[in-house]
Design a protein around this ligand. Structure first.
Ligand SMILES: C[C@@](O)(CCO)CC(=O)[O-]
Length: 317
């Protein structure tokens, strides 16, 4: 009989929306980026007895996980059953640098790393589509109705261009530069912001639709800038899209202040990322040195945490 490995590791990373948020709700495209500065690692080791799990939220038996980890328990049970392996005898330890509830794909990334670790532990190869299907099981429990975007971006090295109703395409990443993300320390208010944009669309449809369409054009241009290595143009497009997002009232003073701070400190561009009214912002810099300075200035100006990701660096795909 084949002996299984005593230890296996699975990795994944966070995601950020580079451009196109809110407009994507109205059938315009958006682009999401793998964000390697926030990695996730799952280590599985062989133990005797019942399986245990350890994460920053919980340490204990897999059988008695709290509700917040039920998605992972289901995922482990499905995989062990599909691979004809016992659910006992595993020590699963999860470490994640992705802040939760910031729209950075935290739950999908943990699920991705867990699926990879389990398949490595049981010495099985896994096709990318099978991985996505497993992550969806977990995301359905965690979020109800996942779009599939987070699963794709947290397991991929390439930016993903996407439209509503599961239109996904990888973009060849030829642009180089440094992407800085900063956390405002406030929870984003995606649901409320999406609802308010819908109300605006009813009240002032022509005006609102013009802005939404403009974000769509900026996103198409950003796709070209990424694949044709036009980092300066990409920066301009980010700032222009932030102006559009301001016009549809999904920014707030704290985000605007961080965006202005980044630009004053020679960012090529900056914008909010995700649902807005809190959450995170991003800035683009040409060099590592500029990125570090911008991150430092963002911290001085109210950010609670910053991360720097070198575009084009190897990832774990
Ligand atoms: C604001 C939004 O476009 C992105 C939130 O991360 C909402 C959505 O696409 O569901």
């Amino acid at each position: 009989m084949k002996t299984l490995s005593d230890q296996a590791v699975g990795t994944a990373h966070g995601k950020i929306i580079l451009i196109g948020e809110h407009a994507v709700v109205y059938n315009e495209p958006a682009i999401a980026m793998p964000f390697l500065a926030t990695p996730v690692e799952v280590i599985i080791e062989k133990i005797n007895g019942e399986s245990v799990i350890s994460s920053s939220y919980y340490q204990g038996l897999l059988q008695t996980v709290p509700d917040s980890l039920k998605n992972l328990k289901s995922l482990i049970q499905s995989i062990c059953s599909d691979l004809n392996q016992p659910v006992d005898g595993l020590s699963i330890s999860i470490s994640s640098l992705i802040p939760p509830e910031r729209g950075m794909g935290s739950s999908a990334a943990v699920a991705t790393a867990l699926v990879r670790a389990l398949f490595a532990y049981f010495e099985r190869d896994i096709a990318h589509n099978t991985l996505l299907n497993y992550v969806e099981i977990s995301e359905k429990i965690a979020h109800g109705n996942p779009s599939g975007l987070d699963a794709r971006v947290t397991s991929s090295a390439s930016p993903i261009y996407y439209k509503k109703d599961s239109h996904f395409a990888s973009i060849p990443l030829h642009v180089s530069g440094y992407l800085i993300a900063a956390d405002t320390g406030m929870k984003g208010q995606t649901k409320k912001a999406v609802r308010d944009v819908a109300r605006q669309m009813e009240r002032a449809s022509h005006q609102t639709l013009t802005i939404i369409k403009k974000i769509g054009h900026l996103t198409e241009e950003a796709r070209l800038a990424i694949q044709d290595d036009h980092v300066e143009r990409l920066g301009e497009l980010l700032t222009l899209s932030h102006d559009c997002l301001k016009q549809i009232n999904v920014s707030n003073d704290r985000l605007d202040h961080l965006v202005d701070t980044a630009i004053k400190n020679h960012a090529l561009g900056a914008k909010l990322t995700g649902g807005g009214r809190g959450g995170c912002m991003i800035a683009l810099a040409r060099t590592a040195k500029q990125a570090k300075l911008i991150a430092h200035k963002l911290m001085e100006n109210g950010a609670v945490e910053t991360w720097i990701h070198a575009l084009g660096e190897n990832s774990n795909e």
